[in-house]
Design a protein around this ligand. Sequence first.
Ligand SMILES: [Zn+2]
Length: 280
Amino acid sequence: MKILMIGAHQDDNEFRCGGLAQQLVKKGHNVRFLSLCNGCGGHHILSPKETTATRAKESAAVAKLLGITYDVWDIDDCSLVADLETRRRLIRYIRNYAPDLIISHRPNDYHADHRAAGQLVQDASYLLIVPNECADAPAMKDTPVIMYNEDSFKNPDFHADIVISIDEEIDTKMKIADLNVSQVYEWLPYTYHEEVPETPEERFEWLKGMDITAETTDEEVMAAARGYLVRFAKTAARFRKELLDTYGEEKGSKVRFAEAFELCEYGGTLTEELKHQLFD
Ligand SMILES: [Zn+2]
């Protein structure tokens, strides 16, 4: 099967569905990341050109680690708009790859690029099967399943239709975070006024936020202020009920790290068979 994860920026797919990406690759599926923006806006010292080049190298390293294909479009950060030209570019791109599943942002989000990405996917969804739209790219026979990755926005609240344990993928997911040096050790700490330790070992510990063990409670996780290990544990704590429903009391209560996805009602049907192939 083919799975297309569409993020506005290089780090969106990584942090929201990097665990699922690795699971799918391990199962023998073909996974592709698309970043609609080129990353040029995300640095306080490097020029836009330098930042784009740096991000491209980091994304290539992520692709290698995960065993996926990674495309980055040439649209500048903070310039993504859900206009007709970009919609048609996306329709052609999706048809060309013909994925079974697409995962992207919800269109209600703090970041204009995330909103535009979600809107573009929604706008493209029905048109994927319409032959007279972008007639030069053969239309798909069926609309792929479309899902949104997790966010914390409340109006409306994110609804977790699928929650998966990524306990076995957490080391890889932290490695992915660590590979995004210009993002997690430079740009984001600058925006949050955070001090980053000097050595690679110290800064990786810092990146985690805190150690999460079998004894760590959901309350402790939710109370923790920062860190990527904490962030991935928060998804498990936030959707503990869904994890118990999915895995049963015994296993569900032990899941430390998770990823969550909401079904987009404009996509194809997530049949039981597809659900089993993709998420079990
Ligand atoms: Zn983003």
